[in-house]
Design a binder for this molecule. Structure first.
Ligand code: BES
Ligand code: MN
Ligand code: ZN
Length: 504
């Protein structure tokens, strides 16, 4: 998708669709919406007065210009209540408009920058949110359908971003460029997650990630099973044994241009990438098993955040570690009661082979320590229990470091990828005690997300560490006004925002 910034007024544009906005409850619009209303002889105020459009967030209304404008259609997108407004709402309003535009088959739209006027947002932030929202809202996974989707309607190909104020143009331009980097990275993560697991095997995931990473200017390296064995990654390799596909350990590194690397903070991101989780010998029930193609969502978010960090040239040293394997019940598969040895020497008794995520993360987190990071964040579709606790909007945030926790929570608020704090409740650590090894890897059904996090903490090292459990947010069951069902790309934008906070 192409974005062009242009100085001008929306009512003068000749696009397939003109997009303006309205705060909830406003009866007499101002700014660009008012100008458009006047050009349309009061059509917008009429629609508002009739009660047909209220300006709720996610609400859209299409109007036809009847020759009063050069453009055939106008779309009003609701911004919600002005008191609750922020950059996340501006992004959602843009996403709702883009989703509607896509449904209409609009190829070229012109839009105002939501929130940059009466909304009071910083022009660059508002422009970035506009572009991110437009990319996220118009996203659709193409898949392997042979026929043209959407009955052959054109794709949204061009977006003209209008700013009337010359003084804001440079900021808008900069925000548009940043938003495009971040939005495209997030949609790439969604593509990876949506991809069928027979196509997206661990090797194919590594190939695609390395290709995109190198194109973005990242350093990229992939370890195979022999190299992992040399490193002593017995935990990851234990999980990989049930599959005929070779496990891959993807290592990405963002070394910012024009900076003294030693003077920059180092952040390590670790993302679970099980390309398909059958549960292994502790096999899952059939009904929802197909959704387990999304079990590499943490790895996809990690890769996307590194690609975005490179695209933005954030002045922070970032390492991305993505342990990738299938979890299959092959003849050589790991069994409940097997004991594996993690890279740091700790022995772990396997209770359920379906608790494979923590096993691959354990080795990857040990490996991350080699970079002596200032902070480590792992992100994983780790436990079904997190969905029971937090539902399908919120990811679990486990972190005992106040600064890191605060930065993650703030990043969640800005990106709309919301996190909720969960406890690393030390008394539950004893639930991981066992006779056969240093520890077992599960602690029973109750508090399952917490014991999973306590297990990971054993491999987190000394620096600040956070664990994000995204099991219930990585895959969206239903269409929303802002996005299509399927992969959400959750974490890609959040982690990019976090890296921005470390970049200062
Ligand atoms: N990948 C799953 C978690 C998951 C569940 C992700 C639902 C997305 C939707 C993970 O590997 C898993 O199977 N976890 C087990 C852990 C249990 C065996 C301790 C679970 O949550 O049941
Ligand atoms: Mn599992
Ligand atoms: Zn899993």
């Amino acid at each position: 998708m192409q974005f062009h910034v242009k100085q001008g007024f929306v009512q003068d544009e000749t696009a397939d669709l003109l997009v303006v906005n309205l705060f909830e409850g406003v009866t007499e619009p101002g700014g660009a919406t008012r100008a458009l209303d006047q050009a349309l002889n009061g059509l917008i105020t009429q629609v508002i007065a009739a009660g047909d459009f209220k300006g709720k967030l996610g609400e859209t209304q299409v109007l036809y210009s009847g020759g009063a404008l050069a453009a055939p259609r106008v779309l009003i997108t609701g911004l919600g209540k002005q008191a609750d407004f922020g950059v996340a709402k501006a992004r959602k309003a843009a996403a709702a408009a883009a989703k509607k535009a896509r449904e209409l088959g609009v190829a070229r739209l012109a839009t105002v920058v939501h929130g940059a006027g009466a909304g009071g947002l910083d022009a660059a932030d508002a422009a970035a949110a506009l572009v991110e929202g437009t990319l996220l809202g118009s996203y659709r996974y193409r898949g392997y359908k042979r026929a043209e989707g959407d009955n052959g309607k054109p794709e949204l190909a061009e977006v003209v971003v209008l700013e009337a104020d010359a003084d804001k143009l440079a900021a808008v331009q900069q925000g548009v460029a940043a938003g495009q980097v971040v939005g495209e990275a997030a949609n790439w993560a969604r593509d990876l997650v949506n991809e069928p697991p027979n196509y997206l095997t661990p090797s194919e995931m590594a190939r695609r990630v390395v290709q995109r990473a190198e194109a973005a200017g990242l350093k990229a390296q992939v370890l195979g099973e022999a190299e992992m064995a040399e490193l002593g990654m017995g935990s990851l390799l234990g999980i990989a044994r049930g599959s005929d596909e070779e496990a891959q350990f993807i290592i990405l590194e963002h070394i910012p241009q024009g900076h003294d690397l030693a003077a920059l903070p180092t952040v390590a991101l670790v993302g679970k990438a099980i390309t398909f989780d059958t549960g292994g010998i502790s096999i899952k029930p059939a009904e929802n098993m197909w959704k387990m193609k999304s079990d590499m969502g943490g790895g996809a978010a990690t890769a996307a955040a590194l690609v975005a960090a490179a695209g933005l040239n954030l002045p922070v040293h970032v390492v991305g570690l993505i342990p990738s394997t299938e979890n299959m019940p092959g003849g050589d598969a790991i069994k409940p009661s097997d004991v594996v040895t993690v890279m740091n020497g700790k022995t772990v008794e396997i209770i359920s082979t379906d608790a494979e995520g923590r096993q691959v993360l354990a080795d990857a987190m040990c490996y991350a320590a080699r970079y002596q990071p200032d902070a480590m964040v792992d992100i994983a579709t780790l436990t079904g229990a997190i969905g029971i606790a937090l539902g399908s909007d919120l990811a679990g945030l486990f972190c005992d470091d106040e600064t890191l926790r605060g930065r993650l929570a703030a990043a969640g608020e800005l990106t709309g990828e919301s996190l909720w704090p969960m406890p690393l409740w030390q008394p539950y650590r004893k639930l991981l005690d066992t006779d056969a090894a240093d520890m077992k890897h599960t602690g029973g059904r109750l508090g399952g997300s917490i014991t999973a996090a306590l297990f990971l903490r054993e491999f987190a090292g000394e620096q600040p560490w956070a664990h994000l459990d995204i099991a219930s947010v990585s895959w969206q069951e239903e269409n929303s006004p802002f996005a299509v069902r399927g992969a959400s790309g959750f974490g890609a934008r959040l982690l990019t925002e976090l890296l921005g906070a470390y970049a200062g």
